[in-house]
Design a protein around this ligand. Structure first.
Ligand code: G3H
Ligand code: 13P
Ligand code: ZN
Length: 311
């Protein structure tokens, strides 16, 4: 099946009260782990590549592998640019086979964010590609940008209609208290999301798909496993699954997950090497890592996203 845009996926997700998982991909095993889970559960899925992923694996390899996964599974799969930093990167992805791009103008002043996002939308739409914009900034690390906790800013609901109308974006990422990376809340801090902001955005943009970044939940068993087998990961608190499930039943149609995959892979690799210290065959050590990714994604589809059998 050819790659699809997120248009149809989001329409069905909004109406059905569920969300689509958008998982970051950097290599073949990650793509296979995710799409094997999606195939087993007959779920639509978004595979997204950051600028860092394009630098690491190269654009053409990523596109070819994602297309191979779509052909093999027959599932609706969208290939999305995650956190596009500028027009040129978005254009390269539009020209180079992506079906969706994010232009992340959230760190720019409001009017500059609008101008940049509009320029990307005009180019992308002329080529049949959809665009995600962002309003509000999340704490955490994405590529080389670090936003210290405390310097993040929640989305202002009074700006969303103006932003969406003037830019023409197809979906909007908002900041309601999620953040990038494994360390989303301070030790002892109770995780909280601003559902009041989400509700207000939903009221102002009825039927419009909202995106949540920084939505990893951080599996404590995986952290324990990493530390049991030689790692030194401090305690990490993610977004509770029941909060993500609630967001999925509201206007949130796309939930971004990267850290949970990294943590699952790392735990599986550490365990494998601790138990098989003589192994030096990548096919042997990457097999449990790929299986661990598949298990994480299957769990998300079934219990968090609610998109099982929605392909
Ligand atoms: O939001 C950012 C994602 O976790 C991607 O991370 O830029 O290190 O590939 P990356
Ligand atoms: P996590 O770090 O919570 O997995 O967020 C990933 C993300 O938002 C990618 O854009
Ligand atoms: Zn993100």
């Amino acid at each position: 099946m050819p790659l699809v845009t997120t248009k149809e996926m989001f329409k069905k997700a909004y109406e059905g009260g569920y969300a689509i998982g958008a998982f970051n991909v950097n290599n073949m095993e990650i793509i296979q782990g995710i799409t094997r889970a999606a195939k087993k559960l007959n779920a639509p899925v978004i595979l997204q590549c950051s600028s860092g992923a394009r630098k690491y694996a190269s654009h053409d390899y990523l596109v070819a592998m994602v297309k191979a996964a779509a052909d093999e599974t027959g599932l609706p799969i969208a290939l999305h640019l995650d956190h596009g930093p500028d027009f040129e990167t978005c254009k390269a992805c539009v020209d180079g086979g992506f079906t969706s791009v994010m232009i992340d103008g959230s760190s720019h002043p409001y009017e500059e964010n609008i101008a940049l996002t509009k320029k990307v939308v005009e180019y992308a739409h002329a080529h049949g590609v959809v665009v995600e914009g962002e309003l509000g900034t999340l704490a955490g690390i994405e590529d080389d940008v670090v936003v210290e906790s405390g310097n993040e800013s929640y989305t202002k609901p009074e700006q969303v209609e103006d932003f969406v109308t003037r830019t023409g974006v197809d979906s909007l990422a908002i900041a309601i208290g999620t953040s990038h990376g494994a360390y989303k809340f301070k030790p002892g801090q109770k995780p909280q999301l601003r559902f009041d902001i989400l509700e207000e955005v939903e009221k102002r943009l009825p039927g419009f798909p909202i995106v949540l970044h920084g939505a990893s939940s951080v599996n404590q068993d995986h952290i324990k496993m990493i530390n049991e087998f030689g790692g030194e990961m401090p305690d990490a608190i993610g977004i509770p699954e029941d909060m993500l499930r609630k967001a999925s039943s509201m206007a949130v149609c796309k939930i971004n997950v990267d850290s949970d995959i990294r943590i699952a892979m790392t735990a599986a690799l550490r365990k494998h090497f601790a138990e098989n210290p003589k192994d030096f065959d990548p096919r042997k050590y990457l097999t449990p890592a790929r299986d661990a990714i598949e298990a994480v994604v299957a769990h998300k589809i079934e219990t968090v996203l609610g998109c099982k059998d929605k392909a």
